[in-house]
Design a protein around this ligand. Structure first.
Ligand code: PEP
Ligand code: MN
Length: 336
């Protein structure tokens, strides 16, 4: 962090600023130039509130030379993180496909879909029991009953499972869940993130509807700074002026995140586009861009789905997609 002082700064005030910065464990390198005097701060500047310093009357400006996230930062962890989800590895060249319905609707529905996506090559089963719906009148998920069904499908297929937690109070039901999903709407529910940070389970953190890449990384940092470093990031489309798709898939997030973080990045082309016919091309583009995995909604009867049927692939469409994913994998862009 570099602090640029105003020309006519007062020595007493500078002394106070230096004492304050030193009390935060930082080393200060002062260089007085003809036009400007600058302080170079060396040490863990993540603890410093740049806005507070910027607001001081002797300060002209503050420049950040380092990102405010530490645990998620590739600078301090150059190797890709590989996260174990049950018996499946995500990251570091392991590409995994998470598939399943948006919502768990019945045992028959989930187990049928689970078996067929497994046969097609999916390695993790998804299904929502607690559903964050825009309307309170829409299907809210089977909740505890849905969690039971999910565990039955896990037992039946041997697939590790991922499902969304919406509130800390639900966590008791997640003991046998292999990967806990934080949905887009909860990406900045900081109390939830901190609680998940104290758990010993991998977390799938979805990017918020209107969140920047840095905000996504800061949310990962919330989880990691509490001790849980097993975080998988998920780009699921962001809100833009475009209305032709449900969201806008920010695919450049894949190579960009690879530069900034060692955490794996999964793409969800279902929520990103909102239309089943747009899912396969975007899924393939994500693999080509170097994503560590996909999360795809699959329903046995999309037109009757209780949520997100329009964007759900049929099991047959998913099977076709998996063959294409496998064909394109050798050509995926590799971050180095
Ligand atoms: C989901 O994956 O079921 C979901 C609700 O996604 P998002 O939080 O990305 O909208
Ligand atoms: Mn959905």
């Amino acid at each position: 962090m570099i602090v640029i002082l105003k020309k006519d700064y007062n020595e007493d005030q500078l002394g106070n600023l230096k004492d304050w910065l030193k009390s935060m464990g930082l080393d200060i390198h002062l260089s007085a130039g003809a036009n400007h005097t600058v302080l170079g701060l060396v040490g863990d500047t993540t603890v410093v509130d740049a806005d507070l310093i910027r607001a001081l009357s002797i300060v002209e400006d503050v420049k950040l030379v380092q990102e405010p996230y530490k645990k998620a930062n590739r600078k301090f962890h150059p190797e890709d993180s590989v996260i174990n989800v049950g018996n499946v590895k995500v990251g570091g060249g392991n590409v995994q496909v998470i598939a399943g319905p948006c919502s768990i609707e019945s045992e028959e529905q989930l187990c049928g879909i689970a078996q067929s996506v497994k046969e097609s090559g999916a390695t993790v089963l998804r299904g929502g029991a607690f559903k964050p719906r825009t309307s309170p009148y829409a299907f809210q998920g089977l909740r505890a009953k849905g969690m039971e069904i999910l565990l039955t499908a896990k037992k039946l297929t041997g697939l590790p499972i991922v499902t969304e937690v919406m509130d800390v109070s639900q966590l008791d039901l997640f003991a046998d869940v292999d990967l806990i999903q934080v949905g887009a709407r909860n990406m900045q529910n900081f109390e939830l993130l901190k609680e998940l940070g104290r758990m010993k389970k991998p977390i799938l953190l979805k990017r918020g509807l209107s969140s920047t890449i840095q905000e996504l990384l800061m949310s990962a940092e919330y989880i990691m700074s509490e001790g849980n470093e097993d975080v998988i990031l998920c780009e699921r489309g962001i809100r833009t002026f475009e209305t032709a798709t449900r969201n806008t898939l920010d695919l450049s997030a894949v190579p960009l995140l690879k530069e900034h973080t060692h955490l794996p990045i999964v793409i969800d082309p279902s929520h990103a586009t909102g239309y089943a016919r747009l899912v396969p091309p975007m899924a393939l583009a994500a693999i080509a861009a170097g994503a560590d995995g996909l999360m795809v909604e699959v329903h046995n009867e999309p037109s009757r789905a209780l949520s997100d049927g329009v964007q759900s692939l049929t099991p047959a469409d998913f099977d076709t997609l998996m063959a294409q994913v496998n064909a394109i994998r050798p050509y995926a862009y590799k971050y180095s």
